[in-house]
Structure formats: C-alpha cells, structure tokens
Design a protein around this ligand. Structure first.
Ligand SMILES: [Zn+2]
Length: 336
C-alpha cells in the first residue's frame, strides 16, 4: 500500500478505493502510442490485473511516442506486447500482467475480454473499434475510446446500454484512403500522451465507482490548446443500440489482408488456427533467402521483400503495396 500513498491521499480514493483498484481487471487493446501510456499509468496506479494485446513489433519510428520502448527493443524486433510487459513488470511486480501477441478478431475477442472490468481502446483502427463496440455491448463491459492524430485527439466513455455507442458516432466505415492517418499527417507525442492519460484517468474513475465520469466526446486540439466536449446522443436508427445487431462480431468469412497504418506493410492472417515452428521454417527459408530467427519472430528477406512471421502464422509483408502480391508471397514461402 505504501507505494500508492500519494494516490490514496487524493479525495475520493482512500484505502478502500485503492483496495478496489487492486482487485480490478483491465484489458488494453493495442500497445502503441496510447497503449504504452495507458498501461504505464494503470500499472503504476495499482490495478490488480492487466492484459495487453498487440499484433505488432517495435520499430525505430515508434520511439518518438511509444513510451515503454527503447532502442534495444527495436534492435531485437520485440513484439510490442512482450516488450511492454517486460518493462511493466519491473515498474510494479505486484500487478499480474499478461502479454498477448495477436491480432484481435471476431474469433478471439470474446475470449480476450472474458472476466475484465474495463476495455481500453488503444488501437488505430476503426474496424477493431467497431468489433470492441459490439463485443462490449454483448457482454456489458464499459470501454474507453481514444484516438489521436497530428495535434488533435478525442476520447469517450462508452457504457453499453447507458451512453451512446461507437456506431452512434460513426455509422459506417469510411472508404479506405478517405481519412487521414498518422502515416499521412503525423502525430505529436503530446497528443497521444494526453489522450491516453485522459483514458486511464476515466478508467480509474470507473473502477472506483466514481459517478463523475466524462459523459461526452471530449476533443482536444493542441494547436490552439482548446478542449471541448460534444454531446453524443444514442441514434434512433443505430443498429446496435436500437436493434442489438452485432454486425462486426457476428461477421463470418475469412480475414482479409490488412494494410497497416503508418507503414508500407500488409498483414496476412492464416484462415485457420495454427502454431508455426519458426525454427523449422527458418531452416526451410534460408535456402531461398536470408532468414533470421529473433526469439519471438522470424524475419525473412527475399528479392525486394521482407516478411516478418509470428508463431500464430500471421505475417507482415513489407515492400508491397497490393494485397494480392502480399498474399501470393505468403502462399509461396509460408504456405496456406
Ligand atoms: Zn449506438
């Protein structure tokens, strides 16, 4: 309890509040600019259990804003969830922390959110947010939306059946290429840190049972230092709030290749659950190109392409801009 003494002194927390936090369970989806700050804040604040899920590995241009990583993680191409959890355990060894290196999909999200009190959105992806929205609605778990780009950011608490949902804000997915991304207009570390801190603060309030939660969509603009709130009402024709249609969770069919935000990279997900022996694959691939096994993942270079392969069979294909080429490289070297 000593390590939390300054927090316990804050009005409304006290020893009983801290004890509540120590029994709480949170899931953080995405461990980049928002996720590292949220995880850092919540582990230091003393949540009892934290699960961190991320599909990616650490790269040099992440270090400008992804606060738990360093150059050694880049060198080793550490999966972000594992690198983050290694640091978090050093910060507070009394928190039970788990890392999951995987892509969040409709097939695994219900298993991931099982038994948690709150979900924190730290993704950079609308489709995953819509999936979180459906799943949290179905299981009655509050989640906290956060997004940041350039010097703008926004966050909102989404409490199923109480507040408006994410689909009330965004009724359908925008066309690819029609929205700005951190790839096209960049992002400041102040924007991501502030949004993530607001998200973690709202998470603590929810876990403490504080009724004074943010009720609106909170928007910040660091260019002119404006903070403002937009009232979001449940939409009458929202398919989720209105009719309970779980369009994104119930979606059938294979996973499509995904173009990753921020990089010339495409993710290929295997159609069935698999476990790949990366050492075995390395021996196979080094006959045709340059392959190195880095402990958590395998890097393979051939021609102008680079493939990064995870033990669950997922791969990032670098050096391609179209999904078909990425898929055929995957089929050729890894198999389907
Ligand atoms: Zn809704």
């Amino acid at each position: 309890m000593d390590r939390y003494s300054r927090q316990v002194l804050v009005a409304g927390i006290g020893r009983s509040g801290q004890e509540k936090l120590l029994k709480s369970k949170v899931l953080i989806i995405g461990c980049g600019a928002l996720g590292t700050v949220i995880a850092n804040n919540l582990v230091r604040a003393g949540v009892g259990y934290m699960k961190v899920v991320d599909r990616d590995f650490v790269e040099l241009d992440n270090l400008q804003r992804q606060m738990l990583f360093d150059e050694a993680d880049v060198e080793k191409r550490m999966p972000k969830a594992i690198a983050a959890v290694d640091k978090l355990r050093k910060i507070n060894s009394s928190v039970k922390i788990e890392a999951e290196v995987k892509d969040v999909t409709q097939k695994n999200i219900e298993e991931l959110i099982k038994d948690v009190d709150i979900v924190l959105d730290a993704t950079d992806n609308l489709e995953i947010r819509l999936l979180i929205n459906d799943t949290c609605f179905k299981h009655n778990i509050p989640w906290i939306y956060g997004a940041a780009i350039s010097s703008y950011g926004m966050t909102m608490n989404i409490i199923p059946k109480v507040t408006a949902c994410f689909r009330c804000i965004i009724s359908s997915l925008p066309a690819p290429g029609s929205v700005d991304t951190c790839d096209t207009i960049g992002v400041l570390n102040a924007t991501t840190s502030i949004i993530a801190s607001l998200q973690s603060n709202e998470a603590l309030k929810m876990l403490l049972g504080d009724e004074d939660l943010n009720q609106e969509l909170l928007v910040i603009n660091l260019k002119d230092n404006s903070f403002y709130k937009i009232v979001v009402k449940k939409r009458d024709n929202c398919p989720l709030c209105g009719d309970g249609v779980l369009e994104f969770l119930d979606k059938k069919g294979p996973s499509e290749p995904i173009k990753l935000c921020g990089r010339e990279m495409i993710q290929i997900t295997p159609q069935r659950k698999m476990k790949v022996s990366l050492e075995h694959l390395k021996r196979k691939l080094e006959r045709v190109g340059e392959a190195s096994y880095l402990g958590y993942l395998l890097r393979f270079r051939v021609e102008q392409y680079e493939l990064t392969i995870f033990p669950d069979g997922r791969a990032f294909v670098k050096g391609v801009s179209d999904k078909e080429t990425a898929r055929s490289l995957y089929a050729k070297y890894i198999g389907v």
